[in-house]
Write a protein that binds this ligand. Structure first.
Ligand SMILES: NC(=O)C1=CN([C@@H]2O[C@H](COP(=O)(O)OP(=O)(O)OC[C@H]3O[C@@H](n4cnc5c(N)ncnc54)[C@H](O)[C@@H]3O)[C@@H](O)[C@H]2O)C=CC1
Ligand SMILES: CC/C=C\CC(=O)/C=C/C=C\C=C\C=C\[C@@H](O)[C@@H](O)C/C=C\CCC(=O)O
Length: 422
């Protein structure tokens, strides 16, 4: 529970910021909402007052790209709530034409908000510590060719967040700083980015983005909010860039192949072509079924979701790991197969993958620690599919009274990682 905790979320009038606000309120926190869109923010405030009570949220109009506005609103929040424990720099846009605006919001706005929060939270200034979560993007770990400026800002947010997390740990600020890297989510930002006045000179490349949307099918904002909550609550996690994504499944690929072949069949109506097409389809299906069966049942139905954790090691060394979150079924298989190594090979046929569950276990042996249930289960290619189960976190935030000191993050002693891209 986050009862007694005070959170600030920028860009909270809609989209991901609204989802983060809801999950914080559902977990007992008070939330200061910050957005440049006053009308939408006020409307949401009315809804949330009805849903959670009038003492839980307060909307503030402010533009994160304005130093004066951000500083002023930060003081108003402190005056009303007394302290800040959780700060989410989420406000962002995608505008390749007006690229200075994009940089001033997506990167400068995140730096500004992070430094305002850090100055208040760090123990050296009498603060209670806490956690800062910066919304980056999967585009902060790999480029979106149709959006070079957006990509640059998100790379900047990831790099800034990881560097500052090491500094905060080395200087014992008592503040955890993590980045959240979602792939595509159906929000106003995506809708706006389809227009040429946003894509600018790269509008002709938007088809590349659409292809990526097939590779990384849309995820629901609520699922990203579950990952956000993981970063808020687990006090052992610092310096992580947590990716949340769906990947096209083997079934989705199969459907694509069959559709393609059938389309071919329609093109060549000759009997011989039809026979040849039928043979091709049968061969493809046999190969894929064989692949599924040999790779283990986890591949088709409940292949666990994949999270990338690029964790900042103490004193600046950075490495990366592909963290595989075991699904409930895969966990059972692990027990049956005898051991994590067997689970890793079983699920992905890749040796040595590091499980986020292992990492969480490794760092949160706190009293009362509970096993992490399955955190992410795989979804079908169209982004639907298995339920996103609630996460039993090892580290529960237990402070009941407002503005209690947060524990300083333990020095990370991460397990060996499989470094990506070597
Ligand atoms: N939608 C997506 O596919 C993904 C979005 N993200 C990131 O998530 C964050 C939230 O984006 P979405 O919810 O998708 O977009 P959205 O457009 O639904 O919400 C963004 C909110 O930020 C506010 N905002 C914009 N400029 C602002 C400013 N200067 N000051 C204060 N508030 C401002 C907007 O009024 C809006 O309410 C952004 O940083 C975005 O880059 C990351 C990965 C994927
Ligand atoms: C322009 C704004 C549009 C949408 C908002 C947004 O941020 C969406 C991002 C969604 C996906 C970005 C995907 C980038 C993919 C490629 O660059 C890959 O190379 C990804 C690289 C690493 C990811 C790690 C992994 O594959 O697990």
């Amino acid at each position: 529970m986050l009862k007694g905790k005070v959170a600030v979320v920028s860009g909270s009038a809609q989209g991901l910021g609204k989802a983060f606000t809801h999950i914080l309120l559902e977990n007992g926190a008070q939330v200061a909402m910050l957005d440049v869109n006053e009308e939408m923010g006020q409307e949401l405030q009315v809804q949330l007052n009805q849903q959670y009570g009038s003492d839980r949220t307060q909307f503030y109009k402010a533009d994160v790209s304005s130093d004066q506005q951000f500083t002023d609103v930060f003081q108003k929040i402190l005056s009303k709530f007394g302290c800040i424990d959780i700060f989410c720099n989420n406000a962002g846009i995608a505008d390749e034409k007006n690229w200075e605006k994009t940089v001033s919001i997506n990167l400068s706005g995140v730096v500004r908000g992070t430094y305002l929060a850090l100055d208040h939270m760090k123990k050296q200034n009498g603060g209670n510590g806490g956690v800062i979560i910066n919304t980056a993007s999967l585009a902060g770990l790999g480029p979106l060719p149709s959006a070079p400026i957006y990509t640059a800002t998100k790379y900047g947010v990831v790099g800034f967040t990881r560097a500052l997390s090491v500094a905060s740990q080395a200087l014992d600020y008592g503040v955890r700083i993590n980045a959240l890297c979602p792939s595509f989510v159906r929000t106003a930002l995506i809708d706006s980015f389809k227009q040429e006045d946003k894509t600018g000179q790269f509008h002709s490349l938007f088809s590349i983005t659409e292809n990526m949307m097939e590779k990384f099918p849309f995820i629901e904002a609520e699922k990203v909010a579950e990952a956000f909550l993981l970063l808020v609550k687990d006090e052992s996690v610092n310096g992580v860039a947590l990716v949340v994504k769906n990947e096209a499944t083997i079934i989705f690929i199969l459907v694509l192949i069959i559709i393609t072949v059938l389309r071919t069949r329609l093109l060549y109506r000759s009997r011989r072509a039809v026979t040849r097409t039928r043979i091709i389809i049968i061969i493809i299906i046999i190969i894929i079924i064989f692949f599924i069966l040999t790779a283990g049942p986890g591949l088709a139905q409940d292949k666990p979701g994949t999270l990338i954790c690029t964790r900042a090691l103490p004193l600046g060394a950075v490495t990366g790991s592909r963290c595989v979150l075991g699904s409930a079924r895969a966990q059972q298989q692990q027990k049956a197969a005898g051991g994590a190594a067997a689970q890793r090979e079983h699920e992905h046929g890749v040796r040595g993958e590091t499980h986020l569950t292992d990492i969480l276990h490794a760092h949160t042996g706190a009293p009362g620690a509970r096993d992490t249930d399955s955190v992410i289960q795989h979804t079908d290619g169209d982004g639907t599919g298995s339920r996103w189960p609630s996460t039993e976190l090892e580290a529960e935030v237990t402070s009941a009274a407002p503005c209690l000191p947060n524990q300083a993050p333990p020095l990370l002693t991460p397990p060996t990682f499989t470094v990506i891209g070597q």
